[in-house]
Design a protein around this ligand. Structure first.
Ligand SMILES: *Cc1c(COP(=O)(O)O)cnc(C)c1O
Ligand SMILES: [Zn+2]
Length: 411
């Protein structure tokens, strides 16, 4: 399925496959269009995938590159785990957790950065940059280091310290902007006009977005080339959410999968929920908000793909819900206690929305549900402080017995 052009999502005008992201005619967003490959035998295609490397490059046939790159950090091929104890707690039968914290920089952003950076190198860029809510900063700095390229990473200055440290360590130019993500993004849009840099989520955005499809390819392959009934996935700009569906659609078109799209459920934090709010009020566009939530990785007040996310949720019979910061903390604890997976705030949002859907009776117990866990708990450690107890004792058996007895009495 060779990439053919960039194409406007709105008016369908086509452009060459270079570093651009907005339609000159209607200002609509551009995406990658592929030449049709109706003559390829699905069995042959499946065999080629299965013979590929254990990384996103096994899906290179579906990515906007001339050739898979070499010597990169191996993004993707993360575990899909059946979570029976989580399902039981929620009164559901079949819940799976796609753990994308198991990527080189511990979030799904390694997928999108790997693809954008590979395309940037094909186009001859020497410098990589991004506007980040946190995880993208980690991924751009690391993948640029692996490729030996210079990088500039722009973040809101109030980002979690763990994410700042886990970015600076790679030797990037780290720029903390006094403002929120939407301010950072506006600045970077201006800078992308001034410098010959590949901003992975601005002028390289069409390629970046394609990387997210590998998450649905993996889910389908790990389920034995089947489509789950429902996906629950967090929404920041809405790129991941919409591209997950696109991945399943492409494989249905290629004859690799049969059936319909999963019911698509989006998850946002109440303190930054422009898409959930528009969904609830029946609107087709999102009204920008000023973020105020501990889920900083999802704190985009003006989501670029909001309208497409709304359309997708409605078309598949899904929804977009929001949860409070307290609920997301409980979501983190619930996932950790039932699966051994410690996720960051975005994963807490996802699990809390899953719990809300189950409680509301929106999920038929017979459904196969996949929750997409997009990031690692160690990067947002502060948010679980105070959610559990520690016994502090002297180094003596008597002191331990005393603490244990205290608990026994209390219980
Ligand atoms: C970036 C990010 C997302 C989703 O981002 P989109 O802009 O909606 O594609 C989800 N979870 C985490 C942890 C992220 O870092
Ligand atoms: Zn257009």
């Amino acid at each position: 399925m060779p990439p053919e052009s960039l194409r406007c999502k709105e008016c369908k005008t086509t452009y060459p496959l270079d570093a651009r992201y907005v339609c000159e005619r209607c200002f609509g967003p551009l995406e990658v269009a592929y030449a049709s490959r109706a003559d390829t035998d699905p069995d042959e295609l499946r065999r080629r995938i299965q013979a590929g490397p254990h990384s996103i490059w096994r899906y290179a046939d579906f990515l906007p590159l001339s050739a898979p790159p070499r010597g990169t950090l191996p993004a993707g091929w993360t575990p899909l785990l059946r979570a029976d104890r989580l399902a039981e707690r929620l009164g559901l039968r079949e819940v799976w957790v796609k753990n994308d914290a198991a990527n080189p920089t511990h979030s799904f952003k390694d997928r999108v950065v790997a693809v954008a950076l590979a395309r940037a190198r094909e186009l001859g860029f020497q410098t990589i940059a991004c506007a980040s809510t946190g995880n993208l900063a980690n991924a751009v700095a690391a993948h640029a280091a692996a490729a030996g390229l210079e990088s500039y990473v722009f973040i809101p200055s109030d980002l979690e310290e763990q994410k700042i440290l886990a970015t600076g360590v790679y030797g990037t130019h780290l720029v903390a902007v006094r403002g929120n993500y939407d301010d950072v993004n506006r600045l970077c849009t201006e800078l992308s006009g001034e410098h010959e840099w590949a901003f992975v989520n601005i002028n390289m955005r069409p390629y970046y977005a394609e990387g997210s499809k590998t998450l649905s390819f993996e889910i389908a392959e790990q389920l034995g080339f089947e489509i789950p009934d429902r996906i629950v996935c967090p929404i920041a700009s809405g790129s991941l959410f919409t591209k997950l569906a696109r991945g399943f659609e492409e494989w249905i078109d290629e004859g690799l999968l049969s059936g319909e799209l999963p019911t698509m459920n989006g998850a946002q934090a109440a303190g930054c929920s422009p898409v959930a709010t528009a969904f609830e009020s029946g609107h087709d566009v999102c009204r920008p908000v000023k973020p105020d939530t501990i889920a900083k990785s999802l704190a985009i007040g003006n989501p670029a793909d909001g309208p497409y996310a709304l359309e997708l949720a409605r078309r598949t019979g899904g929804a977009i819900d929001s949860v409070s910061d307290d609920e997301l903390r409980q979501g983190i604890r619930l996932l950790a206690e039932t699966t051994g997976i410690f996720t960051e705030t975005a994963g807490g949002v996802t699990i809390a929305v899953l719990a809300k859907l189950a409680e509301r009776g929106d999920i038929d117990p017979a459904e196969r549900v996949v929750a997409v866990i997009t990031g690692e708990g160690l990067k947002t450690l502060d948010c679980v402080r105070g959610t559990f107890e520690t016994w502090e004792i002297d180094a003596s058996v008597a002191s331990f017995d005393q603490a244990a007895a205290g608990v026994a009495v209390a219980a």
